[in-house]
Design a protein around this ligand. Sequence first.
Ligand code: PXG
Length: 451
Amino acid sequence: MEKTTSDWQATDRAHHLHCFSDTKALAEEGCRVITRADGVYIWDSDGNRLLDGMAGLWCVNVGYGRKELAGAAYRQLLELPYYNNFFKTSPPTAIELAGLLAEITAPHLNHVFFTNSGSEANDTVFRLVRRYWDLAGKPGKEVIISRDLAYHGSTIAAASLGGQKPMHEQGRLPIPGIRHIAPPYWYRDGGDLSPEEFGKTAARWLEEEIDALGADQVAAFIGEPIQCAGGLIVPPESYWPEIQRICREYDVLLVADEVICGFGRLGVWFGSDYYRLQPDLMPIAKGLSSGYLPIGGVMVGDRVADLLIAEGEEFFHGFTYSGHPVACAVALANIAILRDEKIIENVRDNTAPYLEERWNELAQHPLVGETRGVGFLRALELVKNKHTREFFDPVGEAGQICRDFCFKNGLVMRAIRDTMVVAPPLTMTRDQVDELIELVNKCLDLTANEL
Ligand code: PXG
């Protein structure tokens, strides 16, 4: 007999520990079982269709149901389902993908270290940074500076690099050698400063931290071009040029976490292209395979790679599935789709400007204090009073209410505190943008009523 939703929920309750879920609430309500997907839509086990405004978890960039990706995986599974890149071996697809990544990233990024996730990529960053400064003869340069509210993953170093207080509290994190400065969150913290002035001020918090520690102690600065899971914090234009200047001046490596911003999300290939950054290390994942199979990596700039290679000494680091042949085959096919169908150009020139125009109409809504975003990343701040920029208290309740209304009404939208966020598949059409805006408007009205 075919399983029903309640069968699945019972087994789920009994045996399945979920990621980032309130276990009590989950047990009471039962989980929503997502059974299939196509294009920008997902379906649950009761047959309800939802518009996936989050592209899964910010990752299904080419949309669901791409047969080319299934075909690439199938062919590779038959040819060579597994081999690794340890001990001077490699499957061909890992080599091909390394070459292709060197081609589509900035000219100074010519090497990649493969992982299976963004978290592993950031743990790899942590180890690579220390390895680099050891080899460079400056082992004292050990501290990595990150930002509050940042999300860089859930493994030990990645969670420590992140600036999520509730995560730190649960694991006695961060581990030593990691510091956090405040993010460039103008809407919340900008006060009377213009975004431009505030951007410079926020960047100089890095300089102050380096001065306080001594540049001889500071190894690297890590940041997402746009802080995504932290609440879609879009930095003012003045922020990144100043951060780049500070990193150069104090000889601090720059790490741009492109796990979400990469692979077209901002209407260009990488967030670093958008903000003209020259990162020494660039973690990637998610859009690399559009989430069809797990794969991540760290793009390693020439400065770091040259030293690693010249030393010729073993870097004791790697994962059984680093450069997995099937995941690499899918990533190759995924990048081919992004390229051949000019999906990123279409986002830049057509659908993102349209999404921006329609999204900004939502600023008229009485609950919405600010709309912001770049490319296919869009946020709105739900506030108590939009004229005085007064936030809700307690923080997060309005967001949860809105998120639940979205789910009930056929839309997946993410709530981060009281910031509502969308990051749709890059294949979303103008008509689907209209559908998205209509649903968001409806759910904002329902939320306003309930509040
Ligand atoms: N860096 C960034 C910038 C991320 O957003 C990671 C690293 C870790 O990647 P993995 O593949 O280990 O999950 C992420 C992941 C959310 C949400 O709801 C965000 C992420 C993951 C899960 C949920 O906002 N980002």
